[in-house]
Write a protein that binds this ligand. Structure first.
Ligand code: MN
Length: 321
């Protein structure tokens, strides 16, 4: 698993050891297993949030672990052009490459720990594909796409694109050096990551060495989720077992604890954000507050008001997914 790593974890800044007396450990409320499915033109995903009620996920809406898959030559797949409105997509690539183009002029290639942040806002069309050379060669593909909701006041903001290179993430170590932490967005113990969202969130990719335990300070006003992207271990102070493809939801408190299995490392995506607490009507590619607004989004899309496929791509597949 490449992502972004370091030769010497011990040389990194450390997150502070939480106060064991004053800090309240956040209890594990649920552990769910992501069902497998297919996205876009048929790439394999795990639906990380399936079976969890929206209230526990708020401000997050949806997350797919894309892969990990080792494609044969000719197999790599992406998505056709399709619209979005009312939220932000965050795409984090660990292995392989994904090429993005959108109707707002945004675009780029992301690979090995890069993140691409797209604010759909009032509306956008985009396409996500493996580059041609990867389609030919095949190879490893592994990443995440997370949907972050926008509050009513920001649903229709102008679209925006942020390209975050893997080298920009903040690298930290746990107090004993047993875990490497990559702060992709938001803030962890005063260390800020590069991603900027309308809705305040914290997004951290942690790699725990075999046998390592990690207790992180976590903003009490944020929700707290931990998704196991590789390996196995435990979550919570009571050590509830978890493995690849499982999501833990934590309850109220100040700290979150995870630990890797004694014999194998574990990679965890930590997510937290300020709940928006508004009605959510999510249907297909649109996330709005009311059913009428979703209907309006479909109408606007069909009328071409969410943008149009740039001329340079006009010969490419143009149907919505
Ligand atoms: Mn999309």
């Amino acid at each position: 698993m490449p992502a972004v790593t370091t030769d010497n974890v011990l040389a990194l800044p450390r997150v502070a050891e939480p106060d064991r007396v004053a800090a309240r450990p956040r209890p594990v409320v649920s552990v769910t297993t992501a069902p497998k499915g297919y996205e876009g033109e048929g790439f394999p995903v795990r639906r990380a949030f399936a079976g969890v009620e929206l209230r526990a996920l708020d401000p997050f809406i949806h997350m797919d672990q894309m892969g990990e898959v080792d494609y044969a030559p000719g197999e790599p797949k992406g998505t056709p052009w399709h619209p979005h409105r009312g939220f932000e997509t965050v795409t984090y690539i660990i292995d392989g490459e994904f090429v993005h183009h959108d109707s707002n002029g945004g675009g780029g290639t992301i690979t090995n720990g890069d993140t691409q942040w797209m604010t759909a806002g009032s509306g956008i069309l985009h396409i996500e594909t493996p580059p041609e050379h990867l389609v030919v060669s095949g190879g490893l593909f592994h990443g995440f796409q997370l949907w972050v909701n926008l509050p009513r006041t920001n649903k229709l903001v102008a679209p925006r694109y942020q390209d975050i290179r893997g080298g920009q993430v903040s690298l930290l170590a746990s107090p004993d050096g047993g875990a490497l932490l990559r702060v992709i967005a938001g803030d962890l113990d005063g260390h800020a990551g590069p991603g900027v969202t309308y809705t305040p969130i914290t997004l951290v990719h942690a790699t725990l060495s075999a046998g390592a335990s990690l207790t992180l300070p976590w903003r009490p006003d944020f929700n707290a989720l931990a998704y196991v992207m590789a390996g196995k271990g435990t979550v919570g102070a009571k050590g509830r077992p978890v493995e690849l493809g499982q999501l833990a939801v934590f309850g109220a408190g100040d700290t979150i604890t995870v630990a890797a299995d004694a014999k194998q490392s574990m990679d965890v995506l930590f997510l937290g954000g300020q709940p928006i607490r508004e009605p959510v009507v999510a249907y297909g590619p649109f996330v709005m507050n009311t059913k009428a607004e979703v209907m309006q989004a479909f109408e606007d899309y069909q009328a071409g008001r969410l943008g149009s496929i740039p001329a340079a791509h006009a010969d490419v597949r143009g149907e919505a997914s």
